[in-house]
Design a protein around this ligand. Structure first.
Ligand SMILES: Nc1ncnc2c1ncn2[C@@H]1O[C@H](COP(=O)(O)OP(=O)(O)OP(=O)(O)O)[C@@H](O)[C@H]1O
Ligand SMILES: [Mg+2]
Length: 224
C-alpha cells in the first residue's frame, strides 16, 4: 500500500504530554512539549530510566498519553532497544521481506535487500538463520529492516549499543546520509548514551525529569 505521507516532510508535535505506567502515581513523562518539523538527524540523551524508550513508544503509538496531545503526521518505523523483541522470522531475508512496505517487483525487492544489507555491513547474510546471528548482527538486521520499510520517520532506540566501533560508524554514516538527502528526506530520532555520536546530529535534546529540553547544537552536549 502506498502511503499518503510518502513525499511529505514528517511532522511530530507533543503538547503537554504526560504519561505514567499503570499502578505508578508519579508521571514518568510530565507536561512534555516538543516538535520535529524538519527532516534531519535528531538525537536524544538521558539517564537510565529517564523514559527515553517510553518516549519513542508514545511517538509511535504503542502506548497512549495520560494527558496532552500527540500530533503525528509521519510514516513511522522503529528500531527497538533489544533486537530480540523485534525479529519475527527465521532468516534475514524473510525478516526483511515482512518489512517491505511497497508493491514492487521481485527484482526491485532483491536489489533493495542487497542495498540495505550493504548499508549495515551484513553483505552475504541474506540466507543466514536469525538464531545464528550475534547480538550486533541482529541489531544491524533490525536497522536494515527499518531502511527497507520505506518509512519517512525512523525511531532508533540505542541502535549502536551492541555494535563495535566500525559498525557504529557505518550505521551512523548511513543514517546521516539518508537524513541529509534533499530529494527524499528522512527524519531519524536516535537515542544514545554514546556522546561521541552526537557530532552526527543536526540537533540534540536531553530527557530529564519527564521533560525534553529544547533542541540544541550537538557541541553544547560534548562536555556533559
Ligand atoms: N511496562 C512497564 N511497566 C512499568 N514500568 C515500566 C514499564 N516500562 C518501563 N517502565 C519503567 O519506566 C521507567 C523508564 O523506562 P524506559 O525504558 O523508558 O527508560 P530509558 O530512559 O529508556 O532507560 P535505558 O537508558 O535504561 O534504556 C523505568 O523506571 C522503567 O522501569
Ligand atoms: Mg531505553
Amino acid at each position: 500500500m502506498r502511503n499518503v505521507f510518502e513525499n511529505e516532510i514528517p511532522h511530530i508535535h507533543f503538547k503537554d504530554v504526560s504519561f505514567s505506567y499503570p499502578g505508578k502515581k508519579e508521571n514518568l513523562i510530565f507536561k512534555c512539549n516538543f516538535s520535529i518539523k524538519q527532516s534531519g538527524f535528531w538525537m536524544v540523551v538521558g539517564k537510565n530510566g529517564s523514559g527515553k524508550s517510553t518516549l519513542l513508544k508514545l511517538i509511535n503509538g504503542i502506548i497512549k498519553p495520560k494527558n496532552g496531545i500527540i500530533y503525528s503526521k509521519a510514516n513511522i518505523g522503529m528500531v527497538f532497544q533489544n533486537p530480540d523483541h523485534q525479529i519475527l522470522m527465521p532468516n534475514c531475508r524473510s525478516e526483511l521481506l515482512i518489512n517491505v512496505n511497497q508493491n514492487i517487483s521481485n527484482y526491485e525487492i532483491n536489489k533493495k535487500i542487497e542495498y540495505v544489507l550493504d548499508q549495515v555491513g551484513l553483505n552475504g547474510f541474506e540466507k543466514r538463520p536469525v538464531h545464528t546471528l550475534s547480538g550486533g548482527q541482529k541489531q544491524r538486521l533490525t536497522i536494515a529492516c527499518a531502511l527497507i520499510s520505506n518509512r519517512n520517520f525512523i525511531l532508533l532506540d540505542e541502535p549502536t549499543a551492541l555494535l563495535d566501533q566500525n559498525n557504529q560508524l557505518k550505521v551512523l554514516k548511513t543514517i546521516k546520509n539518508l537524513t541529509s538527502d534533499h530529494k527524499k528526506p528522512l527524519s531519524a530520532l536516535w537515542i544514545t548514551h554514546r556522546y561521541e555520536e552526537l557530532t552526527y546530529a543536526d540537533a540534540v535534546a536531553e530527557l530529564k525529569n519527564g521533560f525534553l529540553s529544547r533542541w540544541q547544537e550537538p557541541s553544547k552536549f560534548q562536555n556533559n
